[in-house]
Design a binder for this molecule. Structure first.
Ligand code: NAD
Length: 258
């Protein structure tokens, strides 16, 4: 069922060329949004735009969300056809949480993680807000359950995602009521089949991988896309500032060893 407000609006999806972002781009297109994928990978971006073109008006803009000039140019180009900006999905990220132990973690690796996830959210938001205000638009930030719980050697990723959860509620207070800002924290999402052709693969998931989830399975990009589509729709007009966990119930399990 289309959930779009009146009139065609543009949604920018960062990191929308592959994985969860591609799932969100596809879902928003089928819901009637015009979609602009902002991604650092031109090969993946061109492929995704071509694959999804039959579903609606989609455009790829090459952008590195860590760079302010790219963020500003991306937003400018996203609306140059005159379609108003109604949604921003800050999804771009490095989905490889484990780095070196903290004693040997290089500052450059720490900064790359923080810059991509957290600074990228800030920069894309900063340049989108003036346009989003005009539509009473919405921002959806993609964090992670790793903002809430950890494995060893994931400090930079956990800190970046925790920062996104906090940035979300701060923005919601600053930007409301004109713009709603919501965060989704996904758990384990299988993105293998959603990557660009050269690296696309079926992930060999075991029955144990699925069964450990209270929901009985590992997640898919469609699971996150359905939630994002709801959150940017007018039906979610009373939701802002929250972090919504979509993890098949994993963070609700008691996990002390027997
Ligand atoms: N897959 C999971 O299990 C999972 C779980 C929780 C959270 N997440 C988060 O979801 C988001 C998407 O993850 P995914 O698994 O789909 O990853 P992915 O690697 O499949 O896709 C990430 C996309 O972001 C793009 N990207 C990376 N750096 C960028 C930059 N600087 N500027 C613009 N684009 C950039 C990549 O080119 C890629 O297309 C990430 O923020 C990740 O941290 C993923």
């Amino acid at each position: 069922m289309p959930t779009l407000k009146q009139g065609l609006q543009t949604a920018i999806v960062t990191g929308g060329a592959q994985g969860i972002g591609k799932g969100i781009s596809r879902r928003l297109l089928t819901d009637g949004w015009r979609v602009v994928i902002a991604d650092i990978d031109p090969e993946a971006g061109a492929e995704a735009a071509a694959e999804l073109a039959s579903l609606g008006d989609i455009r790829f803009v090459a952008a590195d969300v860590r760079r302010e000039a790219d963020a500003a140019a991306c937003v400018r180009r996203a609306v140059e056809d005159g379609t108003p900006l109604g949604a921003l999905v800050n999804n771009a990220g490095i989905a490889a949480p484990r780095l070196a132990p903290v004693e040997s973690l290089r500052l450059a690796a720490w900064r790359r993680m923080l810059d991509t996830h957290l600074t990228g959210c800030f920069l894309m938001t900063k340049h989108s807000v003036p346009l989003l205000r005009g539509c009473r638009g919405a921002i959806v930030n993609i964090a992670s359950t790793r903002a809430l719980q950890s494995e060893a050697h994931t400090e930079a990723y956990a800190a970046a995602k925790g920062g996104i959860v906090a940035l979300t509620h701060a923005l919601a207070i600053s930007l409301g009521p004109a713009v709603r800002v919501i965060c989704i924290s996904p758990g384990w999402i299988d993105v293998g089949p959603w990557r660009k052709r050269r690296t696309r693969r079926e992930t060999p998931l075991s029955s144990r991988d699925h069964a450990q989830h209270p929901a009985g399975r590992v997640g898919t990009p469609d699971d996150i896309a359905a939630l994002a589509a709801f959150l940017v729709s007018p039906q979610a007009g009373f939701i802002t500032g929250q972090n919504l966990v979509a993890d098949g119930g994993m963070t609700r399990k008691m996990i002390y060893a027997d």
